[in-house]
Design a protein around this ligand. Structure first.
Ligand SMILES: [Ca+2]
Length: 262
């Protein structure tokens, strides 16, 4: 029973965290959109017409600038290959910005671009890095700069619900109960009957064995869920983008919250 209760608590926390993260991204959408802004307090930006205005939810996080902004989701690996190695990359995306502008795109949504052992990248091993298949941090910075020159916003698919099983946090966590990162994930002793049979994302067992213990990975054994009941986890993930020692996400966040078209 304890395990089930904790799982439900985690789901609520993860849902709230997801809503908060989406809200943060959408703030960036607003500023990077088509230049129309519902905030009449900014004299440099045109006010939206009555039909364009979108009421703010009580949280005040989401501020849509209009009903027709178009965002183009890009799986970088398959979109455009700039160097002929057969793998799409960030420079390839940059080379297509004029094409995207002609399509009338207001923003592009990049599927995960951080280092990951999988082809899809939804199991991240370093939130502050760039997948070497896709290019370098400088390539990413150039993409953001060139997109902004064209009035195109950049969104990053930042996967914070879980990490890769190869992420250093999880590798350390799995060493035992004395690990600094032990409580960054959810562990259940097999003796406590931690395995609940069908609570996974696909109706499968979300608990996976590691030694004598089990860890929670709702999607897959390769994606151990982060424990958002732990304040340290929330602090680490919510502080991304403002850590001056980690320029990648600083640039990404600047891209989302800068004044839209530049
Ligand atoms: Ca390539």
């Amino acid at each position: 029973m304890t395990v089930y209760a904790k799982t439900r608590s985690r789901k609520v926390c993860l849902l709230l965290a997801s809503v908060a993260a989406l809200g943060m991204l959408l703030v960036g959408c607003d500023n990077g959109g088509n230049g129309q802004n519902a905030d009449s307090s900014n004299p440099t930006m045109p006010s939206a017409t009555a039909s364009q205005q979108v009421s703010k939810p009580e949280t005040g996080i989401v501020q849509a600038s209009g009903p027709s902004n178009a965002y183009y989701e890009i799986f970088v690996r398959s979109f455009a290959d700039s160097d002929g190695d057969g793998i799409g990359d960030l420079n390839g995306v940059t080379s297509k910005l004029d094409y995207l502008k002609k399509l009338g795109v207001d923003g592009i949504w990049l599927m995960p671009i951080q280092p990951s052992p999988s082809y899809h990248g939804y199991d991240v091993t370093d939130y502050y890095g760039i997948n070497a298949d896709y290019g370098t941090p400088d390539d990413f910075k150039r993409l953001v700069e060139e997109a902004h020159k064209r009035g195109i916003a950049i969104l990053m698919d930042l996967v914070v619900n879980h990490t890769s099983v190869e992420h250093p946090w999880f590798v350390d966590s799995a060493k035992g109960k004395k690990s600094k990162y032990r409580d960054w994930y959810t562990w259940a002793s097999a003796r406590e009957g931690g395995a609940s049979p069908s609570d996974g994302a696909t109706g499968s067992n979300p608990w996976h064995s590691r030694g004598e213990d089990q860890y929670l990975g709702v999607f897959w054994e390769g994606m151990p869920d982060l424990n958002f009941d732990n304040p340290e986890v929330r602090k680490e993930l919510s502080s991304q983008g403002i850590d001056r020692d980690r320029p990648i996400l600083v640039e990404a966040r600047r891209g989302r919250i800068s004044s839209g078209r530049g």
